[in-house]
Design a protein around this ligand. Structure first.
Ligand SMILES: Cc1ncc(COP(=O)(O)O)c(C=O)c1O
Length: 376
């Protein structure tokens, strides 16, 4: 039999898929992978029921016109600059294919969402990470001098994610301005992964596109906004005139995202905006964040509160994800899964709180029981 090529041989199951699989096998509470336990909103499900049986054939690779228009209105961009993708994952993969090539370097922040590194490498480029640092007292800090120093003549693009998975860090206007100045000075593309744009706990995060529309690709996800991660509807808002090229690339891969689900998202976006759905989402998540954070602190963990996303990071040096799964029956993600080169404190974990209150309470009960038995 012929062999697989090296890139396939080095691919493996992601930590998120592995933790979800093991959690299901062991009956663990799954605070690992970032998907909500609750059903998506009724207005989204009803729109999908209307679309199935009506819009069942291929959509244009660039996206269903009604969804591009709805996204244009929602994001404040021209719908003609929007490409609908099969989740934000495909959006990021397309951008890697479109913007980098062999010999290029791509700057990104670390801890780093796991898909960015292989996507850059599959495009033949080299990912270069700049660490967010975790001083003892404060949250995660971005050292702008370190970011500037990482730019080389080979740097093609700067990839940001705010609100940031896994740290929950929301980049400030000053930080984004400095990033834009750097990108303009070195003529870099900006990729802004904003899938958690509606999930924040303080001030609304600023979209990078507002500061540099000429060079920013903004990535979003209906899965994250509308609590339907399995629907695989995402998007990219491109600088003017580039959407057709991205659509050209994706038509040879997935061709289009599921047509009826695109139609349902198109119908749901204005409802979500006008009905207070996002406000309700944030309120619900803020309450669950408080529940989990308080419970973890009571168990002696240091908690790093997120400014956005539905993840929090917590640290107890004697905890690790394998033991929590096997002995306590709670699945979490080790921070090391997001590390490229920076050292992270031992016992640093990412916990998803996009779960029902009862699941969070049960997870805390299990952790408390285990902590008591293991210290006895
Ligand atoms: C930062 C970030 N970007 C992209 C994605 C992928 O989103 P989607 O499910 O729409 O592919 C995720 C999913 O967890 C994410 O956390």
């Amino acid at each position: 039999m012929p062999d697989l090529v090296p890139r396939a041989r080095s691919s493996q199951e992601s930590i998120f898929a592995r933790m979800s699989r093991l959690a299901a096998q062991r009956g663990a509470i799954n605070l690992g992978q970032g998907f909500p336990s609750a059903a998506p909103p009724a207005f989204l499900l009803e729109a999908a029921r209307r679309a199935v049986g009506t819009l069942d054939q291929y959509a244009p690779p660039v996206g269903l016109p009604i969804l591009r228009d709805a996204l244009g209105t929602d994001l404040g961009v021209d719908g003609a600059d929007v490409v609908v993708t099969t989740g934000a994952t495909e959006a990021m993969a397309l951008l890697a294919q479109a913007l980098y090539g062999p010999g290029d370097e791509v700057l990104m922040l670390e801890p780093v969402f796991d898909i960015y590194l292989p996507q850059a490498r599959l495009a033949g480029a080299t990912p270069v990470t700049v660490p967010l640092r975790l001083p003892e007292e404060d949250g995660w800090m971005l050292d702008l001098d370190e970011l500037r120093a990482a730019v080389t003549p080979r740097t093609r693009a700067l990839l940001l994610n705010s609100p940031h998975n896994p740290t929950g860090r929301v980049l400030t206007r000053e930080e984004l301005k400095a990033v834009v100045a750097l990108a303009r000075e070195h003529d870099l593309w900006l990729i802004s992964d904003e899938v958690y744009d509606e999930l924040y706990f303080g001030e609304r995060p600023l979209s990078l596109r507002a500061l540099a529309p000429e060079r920013t690709f903004t990535v979003g996800s209906a899965g994250k906004r509308l609590e339907a991660t399995g629907w695989r509807v995402g998007w990219v808002a491109c600088p003017p005139g580039l959407a057709g090229h991205l659509a050209g690339l994706r038509q040879v891969a997935s061709f289009c995202a599921p047509t009826p689900l695109q139609a349902a998202v198109a119908a749901a976006l204005p409802v979500a905006r006008q009905s207070g759905f996002y406000e309700g989402l944030r309120e619900g998540y803020a309450a669950r964040l408080a529940l989990l954070a308080d419970g973890l602190r009571e168990l002696g963990a240091r908690v790093y509160l997120p400014g956005g996303t539905y993840f929090l990071m917590a640290c107890r040096p004697d905890w690790n994800a394998e033991t929590l799964l096997e002995a306590a029956g709670v699945a979490v993600i080790p921070a090391g899964a997001f590390a490229a080169k920076a050292a992270l404190p031992p016992g640093l974990l990412r916990l998803a709180f996009c779960k029902e209150r009862t699941e969070l309470e049960e997870a805390l009960t299990r952790l408390a029981r285990w902590a008591k038995s293991s210290s006895a």
